[in-house]
Write a protein that binds this ligand. Structure first.
Ligand code: HEC
Length: 102
């Protein structure tokens, strides 16, 4: 293998990783809170941007997951959060709960 190829290979791998981060299938919590818009109300790390939105930081991961599932299936009723949760898969809910919760 030529020296030039050895230098290019890591950059190629890195750009593939960047591409996969952009196609929506990446389930990294920090990316997902931006992609799904949670950050607009609950902030990047769960400290809400205004008092009308609940803080999620410091909350139990299992509690957050349960609430998101409840909004999604309609057993917890809130117009804003129902719209948010209906667009989430159960896998995304798990990642979001892990991101905000502990
Ligand atoms: C437009 C603002 C807004 C956005 C965007 C939003 N939320 Fe919410 N969220 C709220 C409000 C308001 C409540 C309180 C609803 C209620 O009274 O049940 C809430 C409640 C919650 C709760 C329950 C908190 C608790 O203490 O029981 C969780 C979990 C949650 N949101 C997660 C998310 C996630 C994850 C996203 C992104 C997919 C998101 N929210 C997007 C406004 C928002």
């Amino acid at each position: 293998m030529k020296v030039k190829n050895l230098l290019v290979a890591p950059f190629f791998a890195a750009s593939l990783m960047l591409l996969s981060a952009c196609d929506g299938s990446d389930l990294d919590g920090a990316t997902l809170v931006v992609e799904k818009g949670c950050v607009a109300c609950h902030g990047m790390k769960g400290k809400a941007i205004a008092p009308m939105y609940p803080n999620l930081n410091g909350q139990w991961e299992a509690y957050l997951r349960k609430q998101l599932v409840a909004y999604k299936d309609g057993s917890r009723v809130n117009a804003i959060m129902a719209l948010q949760a209906q667009n989430l898969t159960h896998e995304e809910i798990a990642v979001l709960a892990a991101h905000y919760g502990e």
